[in-house]
Design a protein around this ligand. Sequence first.
Ligand code: 1GP
Length: 246
Amino acid sequence: MGRVEDLMGATGDRARLAVLIDPFSTDPREAERTALEAREGGADFIFIGGSIGAGSRLTAVLSAVKRGADLPVVLFPGNVDGVAEGADAILFMSLLNSSNPYWIIQAQALAAPLVRALRLEAIPTAYLIVEPGGSSAAGWVGSAREIPRAKPEIAAAYAMAAELLGMRWIYLEAGSGAADPVPAELVKAVRRSTDLGILVGGGIRSPDEVAERVAAGADVIVVGTYLEEGATRERVASLTRGLARG
Ligand code: 1GP
């Protein structure tokens, strides 16, 4: 395991917060400011990625984020164009519940030589899109058969398969801007069934929503939209209040 993965999985009295920046909708100046506010507010990581057009100014946004804060920067790629030099790590993800093999393994094969050449720390991650994420950009682009919210056992089955395949992390995704985040019950089912590290994102906007998912077993909470609407250190700090482990 590499340095960033160690930080993501650190046990202790507090889960981690990652602030997600979409390089298509955030210009480099804004990204630099967001990174600074994220660090001042107590975030642990900056994730960079998006589903549409992310490659267009990825390098510029990455450099800007590095100028703004000394937080670890992790690529969260939506496709092959989500790989770039200069990041500290990459979530090397497979969208397990896609109906199109491109998103399960072909994009990864096309990206792997570059990830190797850049010596990026690759964090092997299963990506699972949960209702209502099927109609989000990631779900639509990725041809996801969304996991029904009321079927945590399906998510748990995918998680077990991911663990048996040697993956170490699972990202439970409700879709960017989701009206309802991934249910705590579903996070709990994955926690009970596997030792995978758990990332949860999509529609999280309050310390209570953070706290419920941390109590259910999440290791890393990912927040994008809420901070795109106002990237202030106060907002970041309020979210970090939900990270305490009971
Ligand atoms: C999206 O899970 C991330 O891929 C974050 O979602 O933008 O809703 O915070 P939000």
